[in-house]
Design a binder for this molecule. Structure first.
Ligand SMILES: [Zn+2]
Length: 334
């Protein structure tokens, strides 16, 4: 991305093993993230950035210290690098690994890529996947893992009502996760007919079209005036964040995974809300082994979240389609 709105597909240097803990993979598929739209729309500055952080592919080379992966393995990677051995990783927060690598993950909208900390970042599938499983495995790399983290943070579970703010890919994946985790009632906030239908497919029991204060009022109406036990914030705007806080009942849990650009929470609102809050970049690596298993066994079908597929060469068209909300999520074939 050369500048806001300016995406070009260009040749770059071939990736190589730099550190002994690296792997080089050949991408099987990649995609465009809702968070890639922040620079695309000029909300965060961008100058010649190699884009992409969601990926699945085949290991082509491994460094001398890589232990868990072999050449030829099909792998799913987290969008954040982690060694998966430090104290922070061991406690389940791999996205904030105590040993961050310069540059992090980037440039995955590509044919090949270098992955540092390969053992702690990549997880191999049981074998080569059937082609129809590739989109689902790709979803696990970010949107499914992020939605799952949000649903866990919102403590989705039996007997609980979970409300999801945001009908983008992560919001829809949070609905799927809440259902898998056993939530009794799942309220999806959406005004978009196709996304409402997909939310219901993934397990939403109620759809609320109202936003802001009206959305809060509607969710309270549906929950005996109390608010939801758990709320997922998967947008990252001021209105969505305050709405999510307002919809969470006292003592309830808010999981926030929308990248919170320009969000300011009045301290007094937070004080009186009296809720548990956990969010941030999702530790996808924590969930990957379980998510791969659920996909492999065809228990979940997160791949439906991709509603447009384009060849990598047409990435610019994909960005435009997501920017104009003509597509929820674009898969790029390599
Ligand atoms: Zn770590």
């Amino acid at each position: 991305m050369h500048a806001a709105g300016d995406v070009r597909v260009e040749d770059r240097p071939e990736p190589t093993i730099v550190e002994p803990t690296d792997a080089v993979i050949r991408l099987a598929a990649t995609c465009i993230c809702g968070s890639d739209l922040w620079p695309y729309r000029g909300v965060v500055p961008v100058h010649g950035q190699a884009m992409g952080h969601e990926y699945v592919g085949i290991v082509e080379e491994v460094g001398a210290d890589v232990r868990t992966l072999s050449v030829g393995d099909f792998v799913v990677g987290s969008f954040m690098l982690s060694d998966n051995t430090c104290e922070i990783c061991a406690s389940g927060f791999q996205a904030r690994c105590a040993h961050p690598q310069a540059g992090g993950i980037g440039g995955m909208q590509a044919q090949r890529a270098r992955v540092p900390l390969a053992d702690g970042t990549l997880v191999a599938t049981p074998g080569p996947p059937d082609p129809d499983l590739v989109p689902a495995l790709l979803a696990a790399s970010d949107v499914l893992g992020t939605g799952w983290f949000a649903a866990v943070a919102a403590q989705a579970g039996p007997g609980r009502t979970v409300a999801v703010v945001g009908d983008g890919a992560v919001g829809l994946m949070s609905v799927l996760a809440a259902r898998e985790l056993g939530a009794e009632r799942i309220i999806a906030m959406s005004r978009h007919p196709e996304r409402q239908a997909l939310a219901r497919h993934y397990g939403a029991t109620d759809v609320v079209e109202e936003r802001g204060d009206a959305g809060v009022a509607r969710v309270k109406e549906l929950t005996n005036g109390l608010g939801a036990h758990g709320v997922v914030e998967a947008v990252g705007t001021q209105e969505a964040f305050l709405q999510a806080i307002g919809m969470t009942r006292p003592g309830g849990h808010l999981g926030y995974v929308g990248v919170a650009h320009e969000v300011q929470i009045p301290g007094i609102r937070l004080f009186h809300a009296e809720i548990h809050m956990l969010g941030g970049p999702a530790p996808v690596r924590r969930f990957l082994p379980d998510l791969i298993r659920l996909i492999w066994d065809r228990k979940i079908d997160p791949g439906k979240v991709f509603d447009l597929t384009l060849p990598l060469e047409q990435a610019a068209d994909g960005y435009r389609a997501m920017h104009e909300r003509r597509a929820t999520k674009v898969l790029l074939t390599v």
